[in-house]
Design a protein around this ligand. Structure first.
Ligand code: SF4
Length: 88
């Protein structure tokens, strides 16, 4: 009886959501990373304001700044490409 109650309670209590990165990162082949000048950072984007490292669209720039992207690529081979990036 006691086990039944425990099991029923477990079934009703939802598992808390895992906290993780919500930004999906894309893998870039090292050959391409080294061969091409890829515009992957905020610093390459028309919406970037260098004075205060902000985005004119109001997006969070930290995950897309060059220093963050380079560090991410060196660690994982992946970078967080911004889907709103525009290049003149
Ligand atoms: S649109 Fe994306 S890449 Fe461009 S400045 Fe804003 S956050 Fe950075």
């Amino acid at each position: 009886m006691h086990e039944l109650t425990k099991t029923s309670l477990k079934a009703r209590v939802p598992t808390p959501k895992r906290i993780g990165s919500s930004i999906k990162k894309d893998a870039i082949h090292p050959r391409d990373y080294n061969a091409y000048t890829l515009p992957y950072a905020c610093e390459d984007c028309s919406h970037f304001k260098a004075e205060n490292e902000s985005c004119t669209l109001g997006l969070m720039t930290e995950p897309h700044l060059r220093r963050t992207q380079v560090r991410s690529y060196e660690i994982s081979g992946k970078i967080a490409l911004c889907r709103f990036q525009e290049i003149d």
